[in-house]
Design a protein around this ligand. Structure first.
Ligand SMILES: [Zn+2]
Length: 142
């Protein structure tokens, strides 16, 4: 990453003193987590929607993944020439299932059930040469 970096979308993640975290919310009444943040609780069994800000991460388990072998349609962003990447669904330890790119030394060798950890990483270059940052997960234990 360069000195000049911008988040792909404001307000979805933060590099906290404890490390990267996703910014979402949780219902204080029933505990249901939301990412992105929700203004109300969508749990049909919860009648007391009390939403609080919540930070999620860093740990999770890879629930599923697919190799993105061709460029996705807009508004997806990537640098040219296109490089295939691994797109995963991660069960975060806080009870969320989140979609994100998966970083691994060999993306063709990643296995379902691997332990992963949240990280902030460059998605692509922006229009003025700045790094556009997003959340990803890196495989920490196959
Ligand atoms: Zn609730």
């Amino acid at each position: 990453m360069t000195d000049k970096a911008v988040p792909v979308i404001e307000g979805l993640f933060s590099d906290t003193a404890e490390g990267p975290r996703l910014l979402g919310s949780r219902c204080a009444a029933c505990g249901t987590p939301y990412f992105p943040s929700s203004a109300v609780c969508h749990n049909p069994e919860c009648s007391d929607s009390r939403i609080e800000e919540a930070f999620f991460g860093p740990g999770g388990t890879l629930w599923s993944c697919a190799l993105q072998n061709y460029p996705p349609p807009p508004p997806a962003r990537y640098d040219e020439p296109y490089e295939p990447y691994l797109l995963g669904m991660v069960d975060m330890d806080e009870g969320l299932r989140v979609m994100a790119r998966i970083n691994a030394a060999d993306i063709t060798a990643v296995e379902i059930g691997s332990r992963v950890e949240l990280e902030l990483d460059t998605l692509c270059k922006g229009g003025e040469g700045e790094d556009v940052i997003t959340w990803k997960f890196k495989v920490v234990q196959p």
